[in-house]
Design a protein around this ligand. Sequence first.
Ligand SMILES: Nc1ncnc2c1ncn2[C@@H]1O[C@H](COP(=O)(O)OP(=O)(O)OP(=O)(O)O)[C@@H](O)[C@H]1O
Length: 608
Amino acid sequence: MAEPKLSKDVYNVKSDENADSKEHIYLEETFYILSKKKSVFRVRLTSKGLSLIKETDDCSKEQTILLRDIIGSKCMRSKRRRVGARSCICSSFVGHQQLKVVDENSGDLDESDISAYLYIYAYNLKRSRRSFKRERTTITLRFRSYDKYEDNNREAQKWRTTIKCLLVDQPITYTLPYNDKKLLILLNPKSGPGKARELFQTKAAPILQESDTPYDLHVTKYAQYAREFVRTRNVYAWRGIVAVGGDGVLFEILNGMFERLDWQQAFAEVPLAILPCGSGNGLARTICHHYNEPYIPQNLTGLTMALARGKTAHMDVVRVETKSKIMFSFLSVGWGLLSDIDIESERLRAIGGQRFTVWALARLVGLRKYKGVVSYAKIKDVSNLPKPKHPLTISHSVSQDGALDSPEADAFFDCDENSEVFTSAVNGKRHQRVDSWYSVNSRRSAFYSTRGSEYHSVTSSGSEMRSPVHACMHGPASHLPSLMFQLPSHWVHEEGEFVMVYVSYQSYIGEDLLFAPRSHLSDGIMWMLIIKAGISRSQILSLLLGMSQGNHSEINTEHIKMIPVSAFRIVPEGPNGHLTVDGELVEYGPIQAEIFPNIVNLLVPDTK
Ligand SMILES: Nc1ncnc2c1ncn2[C@@H]1O[C@H](COP(=O)(O)OP(=O)(O)OP(=O)(O)O)[C@@H](O)[C@H]1O
């Protein structure tokens, strides 16, 4: 195995940056373009990313593709051309269209081209006036210094290995870091407007393929399928479990994990993740909010990149008890208005997230109130919490295909619109290397599957299923008295008529509902919004509208309160109403909950 050529400790301190922006240069290579003899292209792989520097006699331009935006790379070879087509290796490629590459193991190789091509895939964050979005970019480095393909390939592989080591945060080695575990993907084809399968295939699978992230995909066959799956299988065989759907599938997965005797070990070793294809998508939106990842409905780019990178963060869970069940929740417990909207708008599922807005207006007209007692253990001091973050603007004008679109014409200077095979000249002499660098606007075929991934048939027989009513839940032991017993004396009690009580432990409870702006994934706090009867419809309307920016959270009036709590109990009077946990309907009656910090590991975007 050839030794990777790593540079010595060379530090590149740019004059316009501050002192802590020192970057370590791992690899550096010069590339030339035949048609631009006066330009030299230096490409550096540094601790910050891939630096592309164009140097001419009188100026130098640099562009860096950050490491956190790069997801992978692949070594390729030229594809055999059709008989009669130009195949002279000395000829220039006129435009990227003529460059056809195939996997190095393909039987369709052009043996006469000894070049090795390194494709580097990145999804750059782009800020426009109104929004943030990611744009796909492919940088292609052509290695052709040596007269044998094997030697050129060795050079390309050296870059590939170093990029991979940097991406997975491992010391640079001579061999490609390898994780033999796949991701387990549990996809609910019925979530949201029913497009999860198509969204996964077109938005997520290509990125998993580019990042060499193999997975086992199982499509759920019925409600509770995902729950039974994680309860009964050896979850340690996978490196993470991904819910593709709404918050409901992740709720199933979470509770299936808590049905395992080894729940503690399972949560410690197997992180969970979500790709949002549901109607609410509260957790996915929350993760993007905390990690400054643009959230564009039906665009899975940022969260799919997180699956590939494998960075994790802790998340709290809430143990919820009703008269007959114990369950665990990661998002919310609701009673009254918002839960009514969530459940009753089910009939409008086909219109996606809009169903909540439509039904909210209907419910406002026929406003209901509910009698009962709400008790809670208030967290007295939240003064040390960080300031609330403002949401990144969602641009609804961005094409849903935005992330997979080709880069904008000016995304990279001089890169590739007329890509050629470039010949080098240094100090007027012919250089040994004949490398080239250009990016390509790649087009995709419809179907992707990462090597080693498996798609499990929807008709294959499943394990024996049982109703979760009889589920035996494990998990952390409760500190609360049982539902029928008296609560500790320091708890606060409020009795009367309520329009709603809604408790959440995530910033967002839906794509556009910033419910708890001060919340963090693992802060041990639940935020309880109490709206008492007597409030006017117009006040409720402005509160719901303000929720898209989190403006409601500082309101403290006679009728509206937002309280940080560590545990609560709701005892509704009468038989009619809706109680929801993570958007799922649960039995109507007394309910209590308490928060347990840092139980789950979540796959989250890499911000380094
Ligand atoms: N194959 C299936 N057929 C029918 N229902 C299913 C299937 N798989 C899962 N479910 C159930 O579908 C319900 C809704 O799922 P999910 O949360 O994915 O979508 P959603 O309700 O549209 O999204 P959100 O929860 O974000 O609003 C869950 O209760 C889940 O148990």
